[in-house]
Design a protein. Sequence first.
Length: 189
Amino acid sequence: IDVTCFGYNVEHPTERNGVIYKKCQRNNALVKQVQGFDHIMIYSDSCWCWKTILTNLDNITCGISISLVGMYGMTENQDLFKIFKENKKRFKVITHSKYIDYQKCFEEGIGVTIIPNGIDLNEFKSNRDCRENFRKKYSIKTEYIILNIANYFYGKKNEYLADIGLELAEKRGKKDFILFYPEKLIKNK
């Protein structure tokens, strides 16, 4: 199977572990770029390319999967949602849970596949040894940790975690905590 990943931040075509990475084109150039593929998958209806895909369905012959990730893009743009509903048989729809996006699709008779977000339970077990190993691995000396295992993404309300951490720290009489995001470590004292 050949896999090509288009990304807006890919400057030069590259190949890694059998996946080809290329810069994603915009507007009509994107429609031309996906010609010849068997299937495309768009992560999030908030992605700028989703509007281009929806408004050019007549020119796109391949299968299309969409991971709605909350369905924020289409709930804010009813014209796009209308096109999506009218062409629902063209899409394989993926959600992370039975949340707003799933419920909205269910109400509209749009089939959905749920692929839950997952974590490595060996690393995130709630026992003393695992907690101590985690603290050693990341040199954590603060008493409290807020661990967010999700990528920071608009719509997930991650922007409120720092405020929640401060409020919890104040209630406990402590002012220091650590907020983890994948690939980021935010310390507050």
